[in-house]
Design a protein around this ligand. Structure first.
Ligand SMILES: Cc1cc2nc3c(=O)[nH]c(=O)nc-3n(C[C@H](O)[C@H](O)[C@H](O)COP(=O)(O)OP(=O)(O)OC[C@H]3O[C@@H](n4cnc5c(N)ncnc54)[C@H](O)[C@@H]3O)c2cc1C
Length: 229
């Protein structure tokens, strides 16, 4: 999997701080930036997050390029509705070879891996055979597995990213979408450390919210997410 932050709102934390200041002070737009140094930005961002005034976070957006995830993972990603997506088309793009993501549980089981790889090879052959017969790619793709690799560009604002991290950085989430979410969190923390300092599953900000599905290891999760750099 390859994840890159392609573009993001310039000075995302300052933009959020400007919006917060507009809400909570008498400043007009011409003097919103007065004395807005790094420390003041940090404290304003912390304040609005602690107040739960999270709509202010919507002013900062982040666009990621993602390659080498499976269609199984991308399907989970696009369930998040407060976002924009552009995904490589299986109607217009014809594969020479069907590249797949192999789950670790299969990769580490010799017999299962052999069967998995041989089926993928068979599917690849059949897919190419269909294309050669003139069957349109939009129909030949019906035989492709969930494991097929895809590329996608996603744009989310900071509020939606935080929601996404809450659900998908949790150990309850499926391993591939979790790996993607963890990587996205690691990346955005570099450019907006205050906004994303307490991002992650519920246990980062308090007790576990997963009830009977809890992993039972909140300390381990807090450490793992705290160490993301
Ligand atoms: C562990 C786990 C297991 C899952 N299992 C399944 C499963 O078995 N089957 C399945 O279908 N899905 C499953 N999902 C996907 C899940 O149901 C959601 O579709 C997905 O997580 C997107 O999250 P969301 O709907 O909260 O938020 P988003 O789409 O990211 O939206 C963010 C928030 O905006 C608000 N919002 C967005 N749209 C609306 C709306 N139309 N009306 C009101 N409020 C809105 C909500 O507050 C929402 O939380 C699972 C997710 C997880 C994390």
């Amino acid at each position: 999997m390859r994840v890159e932050l392609l573009k993001y709102t310039e000075e995302p934390e300052k933009v959020v701080a400007l919006a917060a200041r507009l809400c909570y002070s008498r400043s007009g737009i011409e003097d919103l930036e007065d004395q807005l140094d790094g420390e003041r930005v940090r404290s304003l961002v912390e304040k609005i997050i602690s107040l739960g005034h999270h709509s202010v976070l919507e002013h900062a957006s982040f666009t990621f390029g993602i390659e080498g995830i499976s269609r199984a993972a991308s399907h989970q990603l696009v369930r998040h509705r407060i976002a924009s997506y552009s995904q490589q088309s299986q109607r217009y793009v014809r594969y020479d070879r069907v590249d797949v993501v192999t789950p670790p549980s299969i990769a580490s089981d010799g017999e299962a891996l052999e069967k998995f790889e041989s089926l993928v090879e068979e599917i690849s052959r059949l897919y190419r055979w269909m294309l050669e017969r003139g069957i349109p790619a939009e129909d030949a793709r019906y035989i492709l597995p969930n494991a097929t690799e895809t590329k996608i560009i996603v744009t989310m604002n900071a509020r939606e990213l935080n929601h996404f991290f809450t659900l998908r950085c949790c150990r309850r989430a499926q391993w591939e979408i979790r790996a993607l979410a963890m990587e996205m969190l690691r990346i955005v923390r570099r450019v907006a450390p205050t906004i994303f300092s307490r991002s992650g599953p519920g246990c980062i900000r308090g007790g576990c919210t997963e009830g009977e599905y809890t992993c039972g290891k909140p300390e381990e999760v807090r450490k793992e997410i705290g160490e993301l750099r």
